[in-house]
Design a binder for this molecule. Structure first.
Ligand SMILES: [Zn+2]
Length: 200
């Protein structure tokens, strides 16, 4: 299911009523370190099953279709944002070695090809392993992710960055990565995810 109106004007999460400008998580939008987000679909079957296979069953080729769909629907939008760099949400090294790949990186690389925008998978590092986030609330997730990411270098002259991840739920991960990028000199951060949860 494509993400349709009404949706949060900040993160793009579907909201129940059209009078609602922001979702519950974005009620203080000025405090959020990113500009806006876009996602292809609502996180429900069959999309959630597709992403599961993409993540855990080595279906890396799916990235092609996701990237093409992103380009088809959002290329104009992304162009307007003047994105100079695409940065995937990094994975803890040990975890990546176990899984064999970081699905966000695979997606980012395909997207970079589609949009002809450079991809940087090295500058942000995940320096702490994080416990599975599924069971935690928003505040716990934020605490859990505090100091989980670190910049390995300064982003010379890069102002506009698109952060890429597979799923957007509470937004805690994107927020932490965006904070890191800003500390490294980026001015404006947007994000793209394959799917997004609903605010109801
Ligand atoms: Zn929102």
């Amino acid at each position: 299911m494509e993400v349709k109106e009404p949706k949060c004007v900040k993160c793009g999460k579907p909201v129940r009523k059209k009078e609602q400008e922001y979702c519950t998580a974005c009620k203080n939008p000025k405090e959020l370190p990113y500009e806006r987000g876009i996602s292809l679909w609502v996180h429900k079957p069959p999309v959630s099953e597709s992403i599961y296979r993409f993540k855990y069953h080595n279906c890396r080729l799916y990235a092609d279709a996701y990237a093409k769909e992103c380009a088809r629907r959002f290329k104009g939008q992304i162009k307007k944002w003047n994105i100079q760099l695409i940065v995937p949400v990094p994975m803890y090294d040990k975890k990546r070695r176990r899984r064999g790949y970081n699905q966000a990186q695979v997606l980012a690389e395909k997207l970079g090809e589609e949009l002809t925008i450079p991809v940087d998978s090295e500058s942000v590092a995940r320096v702490l392993p994080t416990t599975p986030q599924k069971l935690k609330g928003r505040q716990d997730r934020r605490k859990n992710l505090k100091d989980a990411f670190r910049m390995k270098k300064v982003l010379n002259g890069i102002e506009n960055v698109l952060v890429v991840d597979d799923i957007y739920t509470t937004g805690a991960t994107v927020e932490k990565v965006a904070e890191c990028l800003k500390k490294a000199g980026a001015k404006h951060i947007w994000f793209f995810t394959i799917s997004i949860g609903q605010d109801f």
